[in-house]
Design a protein around this ligand. Structure first.
Ligand code: THU
Length: 140
């Protein structure tokens, strides 16, 4: 698949970033299996921990619109080199995306990007398997 459009949408979404504290803008564009694109930017907060990353903004927008199946996400930040999604965003992506096939496009621009599958970014992910009673140590 040609990811140029997805990357262009991530770069465009970055323009809406609300970053009065870090001054570091991030944009993301999430592709659904049905071919739709949901974009997101980072939205910071004076209570720093309430900040939402661009990737999670895109996922939450999509899920709140009824979408739960995704094939790829493009991420573009204000830094010079590829922006690696933070750990919380990796876990949120893992909630909805197949680790082995979901593609994360770390994009500097439409010509310069790197594609990695989610399993490479989140090896040994905590998953629903870990919550099954048969995997519990406690038996009561
Ligand atoms: N940020 C993202 O939007 N995505 C990431 O994956 C890494 C970090 C944002 C959060 C915060 O607004 C700023 O970048 C600095 O951490």
């Amino acid at each position: 698949m040609d990811y140029k459009e997805l990357i262009a949408r991530a770069v465009e979404a970055k323009q809406s970033a609300y970053v009065p504290y870090s001054h570091f803008r991030v944009g993301a564009a999430l592709l659904t299996t049905s071919g739709r694109i949901y974009t997101g930017c980072n939205v910071e907060n004076v209570s720093y921990s309430a900040t939402n990353c661009a990737e999670r903004t895109a996922v939450y927008k999509a899920v709140s619109e009824g979408e739960r199946q995704f094939t790829a996400i493009a991420v573009n930040g204000d830094n010079k080199d590829y922006l690696p999604p933070c750990g919380i965003c990796r876990q949120v992506l893992a909630e909805f995306c197949d680790l082995d096939t979901f593609q994360v496009i770390l994009a500097n621009d439409e010509e310069d990007y790197q594609i990695v599958t989610l399993d490479k970014l989140l090896p040994g992910a905590f998953s629903i398997e870990n919550l099954k009673p048969e995997s519990f140590k406690r038996k009561d």
